[in-house]
Every structure is written in structure tokens, then in C-alpha cells.
Write a protein that binds this ligand. Structure first.
Ligand SMILES: Cc1cc2nc3c(=O)[nH]c(=O)nc-3n(C[C@H](O)[C@H](O)[C@H](O)COP(=O)(O)OP(=O)(O)OC[C@H]3O[C@@H](n4cnc5c(N)ncnc54)[C@H](O)[C@@H]3O)c2cc1C
Length: 303
């Protein structure tokens, strides 16, 4: 029997596209790179750096994954030409991870080379737990070849602390780690991940400490100000240099916090997603984590 969440998401999927677009435009830059660049221009003018993400996951076979690479290469080239201060971030299943790990590595490696030529950084994102081992293997291989790549790690996973220790212990010569630490957007099973607020926040703070102590550069990606204040205490306590951390936020989310953090001298980088896949992507995300649905509904009713 379908759950209430399924029924609600299905109802949302029947909503006319222009209405759904209206509600999503706060969170998604648009369908084209030009719209994303306009958003970045405004963000840069307000003192924020950015991240560009082309919406999409679970590419359709090898052809779909290669198409995603071509889109990312074109996006990086246009981003470099615009001179906006931002880098690109891509999901493993968008680059064919579910088709072949080797293909996914090949495509990330091609994009990393392309970005290197443009003086850009590339972030490998992290998806649900079924992809964690393969993503870590791909990242390690990439990192051994390319200096301009970083990874996302999810604090809610029980395994995350051990993964951090392993990454720190097996660093290729001359490399340092660049990690975006997140709580983790996927509601994972209780056997492998924390599900409540307090243990997730505690794990996040301890894992940030471990990364900083290990010399990593860390993007603290959260909108949780209570947790952020604890993270700032860790930064002060360990004397973390300014260039070794920043806050990262999602476009349109808790905008008031960004100004507060910036005023306190904490730089805030904003994640700007765009692409024709915005509707399917938003609906899939809502299905995977019903808490997001609650936030969308609250935002909708506030309007
Ligand atoms: C730039 C960026 C990139 C990301 N990339 C990825 C990625 O690659 N992979 C991935 O899995 N995820 C990613 N995420 C999403 C991330 O994992 C989180 O799902 C998302 O950021 C929401 O968590 P949060 O830390 O912002 O805070 P939330 O947990 O949403 O909390 C927000 C607010 O609610 C309060 N709060 C919530 N619950 C409680 C409670 N029970 N008690 C008290 N207070 C509470 C908090 O204090 C805070 O004020 C990314 C996020 C960002 C910002």
C-alpha cells in the first residue's frame, strides 16, 4: 500500500510544471548554465563564492553518463569564461556509477583534467550507502592523479569516522584532503547510521575535529546554527587557519544565517543547482527523505 509520503509526492508530481517551478525557483537556479551564472554573479557581488551542480543522478547507461560529462565540461568552460568565483560538483551515479565503476572513474578523471586546465576545483559528491565503497575507491584513485579534487563525507554514517581515518592514513604523497562534511541527506537504515538529531550533530562535530587535526581543508556544509557554533569553537580551539575552512549552504536555504556567519568572519559558499532535470530530481529527493517534504510544505504554506 502506498505511504502518505508517496501519495503526497505523487500529488506534487501532478502539479502543473509552472507552479512547481514557482516553488522551486528559490532553491534551483533554472534550466540553463546562463541562469546559473546569473545567480552566481549576484552571489559573488554579495561576497559569496559558489558551487555549480548540474541536476541529475542515475544516468541512463554509458551514453547518459558520457552526455553528463560533456555537459559538465561545457559548464566548466563557461564558468571559467565568466570569471565567477565557483567550482563544480558532480554525483557519482550521474557519471554512471550504477553502470560501471570503471566508467565512473574515467569520466571523473576526464572532468578533473578539464577543470585543472581551467584552474578549477572538482568535488565528488556522496550519495546513498549503496554507493559509499565505490565512491571512496574512485576518489582515492582520482586523488592519486589529480590535486584539484575533493570529496563529500556524511557524518550520519557509523562508518564515517573510520573512513576519515583511512583517508588520512592513505594520502598520496604531497596531497592533502579537501572534504565537504555534511550530515547526509539520505535517510539510511538504523543499523548503519544515526537517525536522530543529537547523535548526528555530535558525530559531525567530532569528525570535523578529526579532519582538522589531520590537516584537511574542510567545508562545513550545514544550515544548523547550533551545531555551527560548536564547530566554530573547534576551529578556535585547534587554531585552524582561515583558508582551511568555510561554511557551505544550499541556495535559498536559511539565507538569514549566511549574513550572520559572514558578519562574524566565516566565509559562506553557496551551492547553485541547475538543469532541465530539476523537476524529476526534486521529486526523487522528496521521496528519499520525507523530512524535506515537510520543509517544502512549510515553505509553501508560509508563502
Ligand atoms: C552545500 C551542500 C552540499 C551538500 N551535498 C551533499 C551531498 O553530496 N550528499 C549528501 O548526502 N548530502 C549533501 N548535503 C545535504 C546535507 O547532508 C543535509 O541533508 C542538509 O544540509 C540538511 O542538514 P543541515 O545540517 O543543514 O541541518 P538540518 O538537520 O536540516 O537542521 C536545520 C535546523 O533544524 C534544527 N534542528 C533540526 N532537528 C532538530 C532537533 N531534533 N533538535 C534541535 N534542533 C533541530 C537545527 O539546529 C537547524 O537549525 C549538502 C548540503 C549542503 C549545504
Amino acid at each position: 500500500m502506498p505511504s502518505l509520503i508517496d501519495l503526497t509526492v505523487n500529488a506534487l508530481s501532478l502539479m502543473p510544471t509552472p507552479i512547481m517551478r514557482h516553488f522551486s525557483k528559490k532553491y534551483i537556479a533554472g534550466e540553463t548554465i546562463e541562469q546559473a551564472l546569473d545567480c552566481l554573479a549576484a552571489l559573488n557581488a554579495a561576497g559569496h563564492t559558489g558551487i555549480i551542480d548540474i541536476l541529475g543522478e542515475d544516468a541512463e547507461g554509458e551514453a547518459g553518463a558520457r552526455e553528463a560529462l560533456a555537459e559538465y565540461q561545457s559548464c566548466s568552460t563557461k564558468l571559467a569564461a565568466s570569471k565567477h568565483d565557483a567550482y563544480v560538483s558532480a554525483k557519482p551515479t550521474h557519471f554512471g556509477l550504477r553502470t560501471s565503476e570503471e566508467l565512473c572513474f574515467e569520466l571523473y578523471s576526464a572532468l578533473a583534467s578539464h577543470c585543472k586546465g581551467l584552474g578549477q576545483f572538482l568535488r565528488v559528491e556522496m550519495e546513498d550507502h549503496t554507493t559509499t565503497d565505490a565512491t571512496l575507491r574512485i576518489f582515492k584513485r582520482l586523488h592519486a592523479i589529480h590535486a584539484n579534487v575533493g570529496l563529500v563525507l556524511q557524518a550520519r554514517l557509523f562508518r564515517n569516522e573510520a573512513d576519515i581515518r583511512d583517508l588520512l592514513e592513505t594520502l598520496p604523497d604531497g596531497r592533502t584532503l579537501n572534504i565537504r562534511l555534511v550530515k547526509g541527506i539520505y535517510l539510511e537504515p538504523g543499523e548503519i547510521a544515526h537517525r536522530d538529531y543529537a547523535p548526528i550533530a555530535d558525530a559531525f562535530v567530532e569528525q570535523a575535529r578529526l579532519l582538522f587535526a589531520g590537516g584537511a581543508t574542510v567545508s562545513l556544509a550545514t544550515h544548523d546554527d547550533v551545531m555551527a557554533q560548536r564547530l566554530f569553537e573547534v576551529v578556535e580551539e585547534l587554531g585552524v587557519e582561515e583558508e582551511r575552512y568555510e561554511m557551505q549552504v544550499l541556495m535559498g536555504v536559511q539565507v538569514g544565517l549566511w549574513a550572520k556567519w559572514m558578519a562574524a568572519g566565516r566565509p559562506v559558499r553557496v551551492y547553485v543547482p541547475f538543469g532541465p532535470e530539476w523537476k524529476a530530481y526534486s521529486l526523487r529527493r522528496l521521496r528519499k527523505n520525507p523530512r524535506l517534504l515537510r520543509q517544502v510544505m512549510l515553505a509553501t504554506f508560509r508563502k
